[in-house]
Design a protein around this ligand. Sequence first.
Ligand SMILES: Nc1ncnc2c1ncn2[C@@H]1O[C@H](COP(=O)(O)OP(=O)(O)OP(=O)(O)O)[C@@H](O)[C@H]1O
Ligand SMILES: C[C@H](N)[C@H](N)CCCCCC(=O)O
Ligand SMILES: [Mg+2]
Length: 229
Amino acid sequence: MSPVTCISGIDTDIGKTIATGLMAKILLSQGCSVVTQKIAQTGCTGIAEDIQKHRELMGVALYPEDISGLTCPYVFSKPCSPHLAAELEDTQIDLEKITVATKTLAASYEHVLLEGAGGLMVPLTRDMTFLDYLQEQHYPMILVSSPRLGSINHTLSALELAKRRGIEVKGIIYNCYASCDDTICLDSRNVFVSSLRKYGFSPTVVDMNSLESYRDSGPYMDCLRWFSL
Ligand SMILES: Nc1ncnc2c1ncn2[C@@H]1O[C@H](COP(=O)(O)OP(=O)(O)OP(=O)(O)O)[C@@H](O)[C@H]1O
Ligand SMILES: C[C@H](N)[C@H](N)CCCCCC(=O)O
Ligand SMILES: [Mg+2]
């Protein structure tokens, strides 16, 4: 089983960082060795802000691999798509560098949770989207979604794309952080369960607040089992 699982989402600001950090915290509490990685960070300088948020949620200090940049080889200052942020700094993302970084991490940790940037179809270069990269690397993914209006379209589009590209979706993390209509929230969840099943994926939809409220409360809260990590 691949030690690498991608945490992608239906959009930017959907809750990927929160989900990644909480998943890593749960895996740590279950005695697993786990590291998170960010495919490329835009909108900051120095150590990737998402990596720092992961460590904060995990309740741990920065890893040596964070200081060395291995957990996020590319950090760009303009908050925009990685392909453009790189060009504005007169460079281009070298996917091989990211792949080597992930492989190096996977040699030292049981689990590598790789957070995407924005949504699935975000360009890492002018020729390769994050989805292309996932397909090339055969990484399975967990998709972060929400009940906010527009999410049904974005979520089912992501599932259709994953199916067509042969990318395994291990489940959905359902982020109800932003307030929404209860009827819509419940129905969208049901739509996602049935759509996962229709596409032949595991019909696993885990509420973000289940991750947030996780205590070491026995097997039923087993993050490993939810997503068969
Ligand atoms: N469940 C949640 N609890 C608390 N804050 C949340 C939650 N979900 C999202 N947020 C807040 O919403 C904002 C966006 O969340 P987050 O950074 O996880 O998005 P993202 O999908 O990782 O975005 P990006 O594409 O930039 O990586 C953050 O300020 C975060 O604190
Ligand atoms: C800056 C932001 N927080 C993300 N890191 C990058 C989002 C890129 C989105 C590109 C797009 O879909 O238009
Ligand atoms: Mg993030």
